[in-house]
Design a protein around this ligand. Structure first.
Ligand code: BGP
Length: 462
């Protein structure tokens, strides 16, 4: 074995409630922004497929947990659906949801699979969105109460907690680039939403510490996109730094260091976009940094200095400060339109080691979405997804190098366990170790990558 990983390394995959559970109206679940938006505008959804059934994990979790075992998982990340647990977002707890998550957690543990639980994966309860969602400061307290209930109910068995998955994505999607509800394009509101999310995160960490879960750790999951300048020309480097401030450091610094980057604050101040704050906010952030960090890595960001002056009449956007740069010859996943750059995972981890106190971290998502995988199904009925094996293997090599150089990485979760519903392309691009046949009542079959992963996990390397 050439690439051996440290003892006790976490191998597994990640999912989210809205994308796998289905049963969106069953057993007292309240609706979230996705259920609502799909009802309002089904045609905006790819192929007209919404989140109501998805991969039916709600009913088939036992079978799925067996498949996790068969694919070598010793750990699994999923999220709790806030609107399932507390249908109104605040107030009464849905006992059927408690029962469901209890059963999932117990089943995982009985099968030797460590649960990693995330509290928020893009799925704001609709009742709270109606009063403004993250724009409304009150929602921070609703979130903290929800978090408290989760810690108290499941904390006896769940030891790895995450407050948010990719909190910047609802800001980008919902308030800047129009791909999440509520489809607002407004930089000032985006700043406020981002700021309230950071406060909600810090508050949940504070609640967690008070709940005092034995051996428990809490973190946040961020999509870190290393920001590479086109050249070492100072204008390009400056452009890359600004993109890094907006898209990485706006959450990374407050979560890990407890402070916002001064350059970001300065920039927002210059353009009069500072958020509304209250006394005590900065103290809350400062005192509630994370124990661990989940890192989702798919692709880097490549930028160059702006070539034209920004249009003064266009809405203010982060892109006011840089242009995207399409590096010639870059390797692409054409299905998703994302660059594949394996070394990025190494670069970002080295940055965490050097500039973020070598925080304990783990790769919480990394994977490749491919359209039309059925054509790779062989006579035995197995999808031969060699491209996925290659994608994972090449990333693992760089991850391994980072570990050798002392980065504090404890695990790797692939996105995703089984093919699932995605926010913008439904079932077009498939990501799973396990395929889901929508025409055959969601029949599951393990792909070649799933068997390969089992070997890797069992040998703790390859
Ligand atoms: C991440 C999200 C996941 C997942 C993944 C793949 O940003 O945390 O929820 O969807 O990306 O992206 P997509 O489904 O858009 O192709």
């Amino acid at each position: 074995i050439k690439y051996k990983f440290p003892e006790g390394f976490w191998w597994g995959s990640a999912t989210s409630a809205t994308q796998i559970e289905g049963a969106s109206r069953e057993d007292g679940k309240g609706i979230n922004i996705w259920d609502y938006w799909y009802e309002q505008e089904p045609n905006r959804f790819f192929d007209g497929i919404g989140p109501e059934k998805t991969s039916d994990f709600y009913h088939r979790y036992k079978e799925d947990i067996q498949l996790m075992k068969e694919t070598g998982h010793n750990s699994f990340r999923f999220s709790i659906s806030w609107s399932r647990l507390i249908p109104g977002g605040t107030g009464k707890v849905n006992e059927k949801a408690v029962d469901f998550y209890n059963r999932v957690i117990d089943e995982l543990i009985q099968n030797g699979i460590e649960p990693f639980v995330n509290l928020f994966h893009f799925d704001m309860p609709m009742e709270l969105q109606k009063i403004g969602g993250w724009e409304n400061r009150k929602v921070i307290d609703s979130y903290a109460s929800y978090a408290k209930i989760c810690f108290e109910t499941f904390g006896d068995r769940v030891k790895k907690w995450f407050t948010f998955n990719e909190p910047i994505v609802p800001v980008e999607g919902g308030y800047l680039y129009d791909f999440h509800y509520p489809n607002v394009v407004d930089f000032q509101r985006a700043v406020q939403v981002a700021y309230h999310t950071v406060l909600a995160h810090a508050k949940a960490v504070q609640v967690f510490r008070k709940t005092n879960i034995k051996d428990g750790k809490i973190g946040i999951i961020l999509n870190l996109t290393p920001s590479y300048p086109r050249s070492q020309h100072p204008a390009d480097v400056k452009a890359a730094n600004i993109a890094d401030l907006f898209f990485n450091r706006s959450f990374l610094d407050p979560a890990v260091k407890g402070v916002y980057p001064a350059e970001l604050v300065e920039l927002l101040k210059t353009y009069s976009f500072l958020p509304k704050t209250e006394e005590g906010d900065l103290k809350l952030i400062r005192e509630n940094t994370v124990d661990l960090l989940g890192v989702n890595y798919y692709q880097p960001r490549r930028v160059k200095a702006k070539e034209n002056l920004p249009n003064p009449y266009a809405p203010f956007m982060p892109e006011r400060f840089f242009d995207d740069y399409e590096m010639p010859g870059r390797k692409m996943n054409r299905h998703r339109g994302w660059e594949i750059y394996e070394k990025g995972i190494y670069d970002l981890l080295i940055n965490l080691k050097e500039n973020y106190g070598n925080i304990e971290c783990y790769i919480s998502e990394n994977g490749i979405g491919v359209e039309g995988e059925e054509k790779f199904r062989n006579e035995e009925g197995m999808i031969e997804d060699d491209y996925r094996i290659e994608f994972i293997r090449e990333h693992l090599k760089w991850l391994h190098k980072a570990i050798r150089e002392g980065v504090n990485v404890k695990g790797y979760h692939m996105w995703t366990f089984m093919d699932n519903w995605s926010w913008t392309n439904a079932y077009k691009n498939r990501y799973g170790f396990v395929s889901v046949n929508l025409d055959k009542d969601c029949e599951r079959t393990i792909k070649k990558s799933g068997y390969w992963f089992k070997q890797v996990a069992e040998q703790n390397g390859f």
